[in-house]
Design a protein around this ligand. Structure first.
Ligand code: NAP
Length: 309
């Protein structure tokens, strides 16, 4: 079963060497040098060029080297009948947990307000609620959402989780569906969005839903930019209803230079860096996925292309 690495990334050489280590004794063709397309059974992909996968007649599995697969699924040439897996990787999860702890503690300890005070040379000690007085609402209670919850709970925060289907967690109040979302939004002092980009999540955080957050809430988005109605978020920030937005992902990336987010004093912009794929760890993870595929085992990382994640 021949492997193909099909990735438009800056560190292609590093991927080649990490994959060579993770798949000892196997030949890995590297796009665009594919002398024998008919031999390719498994494609390991990151931002593959449109049409590349459709040109492989005997493809049996596509493994995304990234966690988000929205870009792949948006390609009309993607052969949808071929099983597709996404990356569920311990190093990527650890990296997301670090980012989320950073952003939640930034909001909790009112770092944005102290930054603004410093710009005015203002010495004011703000009230400091304890972690137990803050509720974190996590939209998207999947691999990453759960890991973030489990890092926040020991600090004392109350955590609510919302997903598409009913889930349970011993220490997290879990919700789903429209009424569940309303319950989470109404209580989330800090709203953490970790939703994939799908037809159902696009524009989910619109003006009406943002208006139901507690006054002074912080919105953190490390999922996908499309979940937020930008104009509605900016209006809520301007009105002072939302205190701060910490954004890692955007509708258009890179964020265009003229976008209001860049210059809004209560918006913190990060250039999609919450959790990058680590090639060494991901190569080992994807090798394990391929090994299980070859033995016919179940693949929990398999994407449901109809659902969009
Ligand atoms: P995941 O395990 O598939 O979890 C997705 C969660 O979203 C699940 O809880 C799912 O509900 C929920 N969901 C999906 N559609 C929904 C809907 N219509 N309504 C309510 N809930 C919905 O994915 P993950 O590994 O946690 O990753 C989440 C996202 O993070 C990725 O899709 C990617 O876009 C983003 N990400 C960003 C970065 C970054 O650097 N900023 C890095 C990696 C990933 P169920 O539990 O019911 O399935």
């Amino acid at each position: 079963m021949s492997l193909l690495l099909c990735a438009q990334v800056d560190n292609l050489g590093q991927w080649q060497s990490e994959l060579a280590t993770a798949f000892p004794g196997e030949t890995i063709q590297v796009w665009p040098e594919v002398p024998d397309p008919a031999a390719v059974r498994i494609a390991l992909v990151a931002k593959p060029p449109a049409g590349a996968l459709a040109s492989l007649p005997n493809l049996e599995l596509i493994c995304s080297l990234w966690a988000g697969v929205d870009r792949l699924l948006a390609d009309p040439t993607l052969p949808r009948q071929i099983p597709l897996t996404r990356l569920i990787d311990p190093q990527l999860t650890a990296s997301m947990v670090e980012s989320v702890l950073l952003h939640v503690l930034t909001a909790h300890r009112q770092v944005p307000r102290y930054r603004l005070q410093q710009a005015r040379a203002e010495w004011t000690q703000l009230d400091q609620p304890g972690a137990a007085d803050r509720t974190i609402g996590i939209l998207g209670f999947g691999e990453l959402g759960r890991a973030c919850a489990e890092a926040l709970l020991p600090l004392g925060f109350r955590v609510l989780g919302w997903g598409r289907s009913a889930r349970t967690h011993p220490q997290v109040e879990c919700a789903h569906g429209a009424t569940g979302l309303a319950r989470v939004l109404a209580r989330a002092d800090i709203l953490l969005c970790l939703l994939p980009n799908t037809n159902e999540t696009r524009g989910l955080l619109d003006a009406a839903r943002l208006a139901t957050l507690p006054a002074g809430a912080t919105v953190i988005n490390v999922g996908r930019g499309a979940a937020i109605d930008d104009a509605a978020l900016l209006a809520a920030l301007d009105a002072g209803r939302i205190e701060t937005a910490i954004l890692d992902v955007f509708q258009t990336e890179p964020l265009p230079p003229g976008h209001r987010y860049w210059r809004h004093e209560r918006v913190w912009v990060y250039p999609h860096v919450a959790a990058e794929t680590d090639a060494r760890s991901a190569a080992r993870t994807v090798a394990d996925t391929v090994r299980r595929f070859r033995t016919g085992a179940r693949l929990p990382e398999r994407v449901d292309s109809g659902r969009g994640y």
